[in-house]
Design a protein around this ligand. Sequence first.
Ligand SMILES: [Zn+2]
Ligand SMILES: [Zn+2]
Length: 708
Amino acid sequence: MSVSRSIIRSKSMDKIYNHQELEEKIYELWETSGAFTPKIDKKKKPFTIIMPPSNANGDLHVGHARFVTIEDVLTRYNRMRGIPALWLPGTDHAGIETQYVFEKELQKNGKSRFDYNKETLYKMIWDFTMKYKGSTEDGLRALGASCDWSRNTFTLDPKIISIVYKTFKRLYDEGLVYRGERIVNFCPRCGTSYSQLEVDSVERDDNLYFLDYNLIEIATTRPETIFADVAIAVNANDSRYRKLIGKKAKIPLVNREVPIIEDSLVDIKFGTGALKITPGHDALDFEIGQKHKLQVVSVIDSAGRMTNTPEKYIGMKAQAARDEVIKDLGAAGKIKKVSKLHHVVGLCYRDKSVLEPLLSKQWFIKVEPLAKSALTAINKKEVAFNVPRFEKIAKHWLKNLKDWNISRQIVWGIRIPAYRCDKCFEWTITNGPRPDKCSFCGHEILTQDADTFDTWFSSGQWPYATLKSGRKGDFEYFYPTSVMETAYDILPFWVIRMIMLGLYETGTVPFKVVLLHGLVRDKDGQKISKSKGNVIDPIEMAKKYGADALRMGVIWGSLVENDIALSEDNIKGQRNFANKIWNIARFVLQNETLIDKSKPETSGASDDDKWIKNELKITTSKVTRLLNKYRLNEAAEELYDFVWHKFADIYIEKAKQRRPRAQKTLEYVLRESLKLLHPFMPFVTENIWSLGFARNKEDLLISTSWPK
Ligand SMILES: [Zn+2]
Ligand SMILES: [Zn+2]
């Protein structure tokens, strides 16, 4: 290598690194070079990450910056190792999440979802989503995401919907989907049911009312549901009540008689030991009711209002009715005692309103066989978790999943391809298209179910759906994918469902490694939220300090799996590092110093060259090893220490006295450092590369080989 040649070729470098001017241009350079699109090479095993599709309903937050950085570092690193690396981007329509955000927008204008018909509402949410989809993608570009935009996918792309339909049909044909009447968690505000996983369980204190049912006393936190009681159950082992079994109790206020029955599920120690059985409004009661063939009475409707009660309560909201019933019970002398009960209540995970357990007909997936094969795959290490505790959590959920309610009573989503016969009321399931006739009686008038799929039912199919719907050969080459990298809080929602559905539909696990990352918190460790006023806007930070600085900020100081504390100062500190790299490059690449200050070599100086080259070797092997183990922050910290404290502080300081003899080593170490730094700080490194090392315009650092 000739020292002078590269130096003469290098353009002059500004004194200060101006990221704002350069980042967009560099991104364009990468994108147009085709570097993001891997070349399928059957002789090589690919590296594949399917990007968790971002919810297209709001701006990027700092959590996005974290996942983008982690996945981009891994992709760039593997690409530089000569591996065909695919990072496939996508966007999620995000069902109820998006509809909820959209309804809040409507609210600002004094409107609600009830002001529009379903078609109009769907169209409005579509437009809203498209707006955010575009800005999300711009955000990813601003952060430097080297994902393959030519394979960009949206969960509502027709090709994805068609795969989702096929899976549903197959599950149905194989008896794994059924229409069931069950107690589901229903949010009266959102107007939809949820699955077990979408319930926010919170502990709180409520009043426990001890009520006089004539022969017997019961205890309840929900006196407004007494009108739906169909029995009182006691445990046969409870000597207090044994003699009452078979007799009748009387519901207060309405004086309706209900039988006193015996059931082993009744907890003797709870309340009075006698349980009012309300199958219409409680899952356990429903189970007991089914066993004893009891009737189901509903007194709260899907809007959360009272129905089938004495006239005065009808139409009241459940909470208001509770207050009124308590007043009336008190006046009638039927409240024997009130105590406090510390218990768990289910809240809507979106709006935190109390969920009503309601009896309703929904589509369910029989989860047990799917969960079983997922558990086997995890036990056989076909899917490996980066952290043992996440594997434990996954297994816990897989062992405890109930049948999955996949229908949602919202418009924003993939409409369920189930058509009900107007004559025999049976359901015909298809791959999507409306059937010509009922598959049970041949009648030709059918009505499609108005419900849409749980958004996790479609995103649970994401790894194979994106690849199967992509280019010819993509699925065969890139599946199963290498790493699933996502936030740990969606492990039960998403990760285990991808494993279950992936195994079911393809016979193979969808990814080999599950890499879960922790949350980004503020500098005091507080969760970041608008209401706390501690939001860090990633796009603003990238503008202010450079995307490289932000990227370093969101991985610095904490392993991927742990939460990270971030402040603007951290990002600023990394901006200083970017400037440091720039200044090192200016020193190395610019020739004024070389011409003016060249001095004869002093004896022993080549020891310095040996030393820094050896340090570089050690750093390279450490960083490589750490990246292979997904210990990203440690790799970044090693590099920082090497570049700043060894290369700049020690070697360069000494080299100032012995140029030009040190020049060859200076250039060599800088060039190799740029390669090592590139996955973390792609913009500044690419820029320096183009100024000092690129042989021609096509020679990009992104496509250069990783140091051996
Ligand atoms: Zn809700
Ligand atoms: Zn029919």
